[in-house]
Design a protein around this ligand. Structure first.
Ligand code: F0G
Length: 471
């Protein structure tokens, strides 16, 4: 099929979920009743749901079949070993703890790595600073809840939607070194390499960059944790873009990638394609103490360490999903689908971040230049998109960014983006065409779209439950 312009969906759809169509009037009322917050809509009232690709995609028949093999023993189950063996085979990591999702892993490793620093080196956690290319919100949240600061060391162009680059998710290595020196190396309990970099638009990180980060970390004796939600998409971009990897398989690139970390935390709801599940793994004996402390904390937080947050069947499903998510033709199709959407939006003059792995990120700041950041242009755009077409998307901008707890001031935000997140194998090309058409209509009305102000502002993680009204 080499000579075709377009690769169609490389799967057959055999189970479908009906969705309801609604009228303009119905949607106007629904979004008003939801406090102008798409998070508070009922999924029944959504025609195309682009809130997230997390646990919302299709699963493969092999994953579904694997669930029936579940060994539900409380300890040492066969299903645990199936999962731990898959981890060893794919990532080369010795020690595995299953968790209920990504943040389940975070609520274990983050307090453990911080308290180990405290105990071993007699340091105060209030002076500690953890560093990432860009922390996902829950990873940042767990870091801060444990009284450690979180610092992002992203490259200058990461959020500039007018600049294209192969690896916009990379760390700025100078900023990383500077942040380590500024805090004092002992005060850095961990570095998190997020692949792909979700917050910057699903942008990949190169192996060369991950390797350089790891070398710096080793020099200062700082553990590196790979935040692995979209590890397979990252490997695909490396294969397509990084010199020297064109002939490598996704599996080989993945193995190579994980040499440059000491542990991994994974939301398996993305590239591993499960509806619910996560992983916390350590590479080798050097991290045996951390692993053991994590196992202890796992018992009280998630469950006995050989099931953590998962039932036996779910561990079997995840073991298969890790492999299925790395299929070459599958990743080629998925990345092409996102690019198709971004190209279509670009063609009608809707500026996006360059196409990344899991979503199109629309530059709402450019589409609604009359709405200032403190009136949340990307969130206003989300409401408009829902009204026009029943499409639910998510703001990645000032609303999500929040306020500095000490000063109460809104944190400055590098860009006002609207994320159109594509669940795996759930929507077809004709859905992408419909989304592009919806944006044509939104664009016509853009000048009339009003900014938003709070009716209710939650103190933290405000985008989930805030209620707003038009200014
Ligand atoms: N790390 C990254 C990079 C993520 O994207 C997510 C979740 C997590 C950690 C936390 O994992 O949700 O399984 O607890 N991202 C979802 C999203 C929610 O919509 O991007 P979780």
């Amino acid at each position: 099929m080499e000579n075709f312009k377009h690769l169609p969906e490389p799967f057959r759809i055999r189970v479908v979920e009906p969705v309801k169509t609604t009228t303009n009037e119905y949607r106007e009322k629904a979004i008003l009743e939801s406090g102008m917050n798409p998070f508070l809509l009922d999924s029944e009232d959504v025609f195309i749901d682009l809130l997230t690709d997390s646990g919302t995609g299709a699963v493969t028949q092999d994953m579904q079949a694997a669930m029936l093999r579940g060994d539900e023993a409380y300890s040492g189950s066969r299903s645990y070993h199936a999962l731990a063996n898959a981890v060893k085979d794919i990532f080369g990591y010795e020690f595995t703890i299953p968790t209920h999702q990504g943040r389940g892993a975070e609520q274990i490793y983050i307090p453990v790595l911080i308290s180990m620093r405290e105990k071993e080196k007699g340091l105060e956690r209030s002076k500690m600073v953890a560093i990432s290319n860009y922390f996902f919100d829950t990873t940042q949240g767990h870091t801060q809840v444990n009284c450690c600061k979180a610092k992002n060391a992203y490259i200058e162009d990461a959020f500039d939607t007018s600049v294209n680059a192969d690896f916009k998710g990379n760390f700025d290595l100078d900023k990383l070194e500077y942040a380590i020196q500024e805090a004092g190396p002992k005060n850095v309990p961990y570095i998190v390499s997020t692949i792909t970099c979700n917050s910057a638009g699903g942008q990949p990180v190169s192996i060369a960059n991950l390797k350089a980060v790891y070398e710096i970390a080793q020099r200062y004796d700082i553990p590196v944790i790979m935040d692995s939600a979209r590890f397979a998409e990252n490997a695909y971009f490396i294969q397509q873009r990084e010199p020297g990897y064109q002939d490598w398989t996704i599996e080989a690139i993945t193995r190579e990638t994980y040499k440059y970390a000491d542990g991994l935390a994974m939301s398996a709801k993305k590239d591993a394609m499960v509806q619910m599940g996560g992983l916390l793994c350590f590479k080798n004996e050097k991290f045996l103490d951390a692993y053991n402390e994590c196992r202890t904390l796992c018992v009280v937080q998630e469950g006995f360490p050989t099931y953590g947050g998962l039932e036996g069947g779910a561990m079997e499903r995840l073991a298969v999903g890790l492999y299925d998510g790395m299929r070459q033709e599958w990743l080629a199709y998925r990345i092409a689908q996102v690019k198709y959407l971004v190209d279509g939006l670009d063609e009608i003059g809707v500026v996006c971040q360059q196409a990344g792995g899991h979503a199109a990120f629309v530059d709402a700041g450019k589409l609604l230049p009359h709405v200032p950041p403190h009136q949340f242009p990307a969130h206003a755009l989300a409401c408009e998109l829902y009204k026009v077409a029943g499409i639910r998307a998510v703001e990645i901008g000032s609303l999500l960014q929040g306020r500095d707890p000490e000063t109460g001031k809104q944190y400055p935000c590098p860009a006002e983006l609207l994320r159109l997140t594509i669940p795996r194998a759930t929507y077809t090309q004709s859905h992408m065409d419909f989304i592009i058409e919806a944006f044509e209509k939104v664009k016509e009305r853009a000048a009339q779209v009003k900014g938003l102000e709070f009716v209710y502002e939650p103190p933290v993680l405000r985008h989930f439950t805030a209620r707003l009204k038009e200014v």
